[in-house]
Design a protein. Structure first.
Length: 57
């Protein structure tokens, strides 16, 4: 299986878990949790400005 990392916090995502979000332009995002998904998609936050996401890098 291909190892994937969260597009927001860069944590490893185990096979069979997480979410895949595809935009209309073909960009694909992988998220480990709904927390990461909401921060990036709904709130438009940048990972380098969110303290808890930086710790995952």
């Amino acid at each position: 299986m291909e190892e994937r990392k969260c597009s927001f916090c860069n944590r490893k995502i185990e096979a069979g878990t997480g979410k895949i979000y595809a935009k209309k332009d073909g960009t694909v995002y992988y998220f480990c949790s709904s927390k990461c998904e909401k921060n990036m998609i709904e709130l438009g936050r940048v990972p380098r400005r969110v303290e808890w996401a930086i710790k995952g890098w």
